[in-house]
Design a protein around this ligand. Structure first.
Ligand code: FAD
Ligand code: SF4
Length: 397
């Protein structure tokens, strides 16, 4: 396993120039390395270039006449899947960790960029380059905090590795793709997860304390397709809190400004994306973007149960109605939130329509956030596919 050491040249940079994206910085880690020299072109929050990088990575950018492309990005295949034998303690069934282990076991790569946690704090991210399956497995489960995964990048050049897998979220992968050619690799594989509403470590504490009955015992949580947050506690019990009961007035400032201005929920530039939101409850959602992604998925297909993706319901009214609630930070009383959650779960959007619901809700909220806080960035920072999505709704002034 390799851990982070600061680079000579990076140290020489002037203080204050370390995070050029300022408050929009997502702490992706690029600026902790020598590659900070490319930050003005590479940073997802300074230079939005998703369409150009899609062409570089997948051979084409999104087709703007195809609504599936607006929402889910360039893809060859989408399926729902789950491991026949789930990995105990993984975020879902452990498809991400399994692919990474297979790639090391079959010598397809020499190292895997992934994120473990520190010994002291299960939610404090510690990026590493794993060189054994044991180290990959020690990185399983989400660290629901901003993580400087790219801080290990310059060690790749130093180690002489030529074949690498990087696991990461959208903002990390955008910066990675932008500097990919500088890394001296023969082959880069990119395994992405969707990502939304991430927080700093302090923000996470506030979120847990305002939302869970027992914040100190939470081991992981997920915003589920049944419109509830599921907190898993140390003793294995699951606590469910309806989305509509969230104390949004207190949580308004919890999410990182980078995540409030992000339009790459579905990790457009990864070769293969593994999430859950386009799949039925209990299943994972897989998007193969290119041939490299297909090669990675093929390594584990026989370990998976699979089914085609499905789509049911109509999200549009629910999204339109949630816009003012998100915007004004309205909180429903818990009894009303529970009823609303149950009704929406019975008649509400399922499968890909649930994924569209979540994308629409976040993109409209983020568009308003950017319009109010960084109006000068609105035009260049919001990709055309996201403008199309937001354009389907009426937004408050
Ligand atoms: P595991 O086998 O448990 O592996 C998890 C992997 O995630 C590990 O390799 C680890 O290196 C990596 N990782 C953990 N934390 C981070 C981090 N902070 N930054 C970068 N990499 C990390 N999916 C959706 O469909 N909708 C969502 O809204 C959504 N939000 C997410 C928010 C965050 C912050 C993260 C990290 C993931 C999110 N996902 C979302 C993806 C989903 O929660 C699962 O991570 C994914 O389905 C893989 O599950 P698994 O069991 O295969 O992963
Ligand atoms: Fe640097 Fe990454 Fe922050 Fe952009 S998001 S300023 S590239 S650390």
């Amino acid at each position: 396993m390799m851990t982070v050491t600061p680079h000579r040249k990076a140290k020489a940079l002037k203080p204050g120039s370390r995070r050029p994206a300022k408050e929009l910085c997502s702490e992706c880690g690029l600026c902790d390395t020598y590659y900070i020299h490319y930050v003005k072109e590479a940073c997802a929050f300074i230079n939005q270039q998703i369409a150009e990088l899609e062409t570089q990575a997948h051979g084409r950018s999104r087709n703007l006449d195809n609504e599936d492309d607006w929402y889910f990005g360039v893809s060859q295949e989408m399926i729902a899947a789950r491991k026949q034998q789930p990995i105990e303690g993984a975020q879902w069934t452990g498809i991400v960790s399994t692919i990474a282990c297979e790639m090391l076991n079959r010598n397809l790569v020499e190292g895997v960029v992934c994120v473990q946690n520190t010994k002291e704090d299960r939610f404090q991210p510690m990026p590493i380059i794993a060189t054994t399956p044991e180290e990959v497995l020690a990185a399983k489960v989400n660290k629901p905090t901003l993580s400087p995964n790219l801080s290990v990048l310059e060690q790749i050049e130093q180690s002489g590795m030529k074949r690498l897998l990087v696991i990461g979220v959208g903002c990390q992968i955008q910066a990675l793709r932008a500097v990919e050619k500088e890394l001296g690799l023969e082959k880069l594989y990119v395994l992405g997860t969707p990502c939304v509403d991430n927080v700093s470590r302090e923000g996470l504490q506030k979120f847990l304390e305002t939302t869970s009955k027992s914040p100190d015992t939470v081991v992981h949580y997920e915003f589920m397709q049944d419109f509830r947050i599921h907190f898993k506690h140390q003793d294995g019990s699951i606590e469910k809190v309806p989305f509509f009961g969230l104390k949004t007035n207190q949580l308004k400032d919890v999410f990182a400004p980078s995540c409030m201005s992000c339009f790459d929920y579905v990790n457009s530039l990864a070769d293969l994306v593994v999430g859950y939101m386009g799949a039925p409850f209990g299943w994972q959602w897989i998007v193969v973007r290119n041939d490299t992604g297909a090669e990675m998925l093929d390594l584990v297909r026989e370990q998976l149960d699979t089914q085609p993706v499905m789509s049911k319901g109509d999200r549009k009214q629910a999204v339109q109605q949630s816009i003012p609630a998100y915007d004004k930070g309205v909180t429903l009383p818990m009894w009303a939130a529970k009823i609303m959650g149950v009704v929406i779960e019975r008649i509400g959007p399922k499968g890909l329509e649930y994924a569209r619901f979540s994308i629409d809700s976040h993109f409209t909220r983020n568009y308003l956030y950017l319009q109010r806080n960084h109006p000068e960035k609105l035009d260049s920072h919001v990709p055309q596919y996201a403008k199309n999505i937001v354009g389907q709704y009426e937004l408050p002034e």
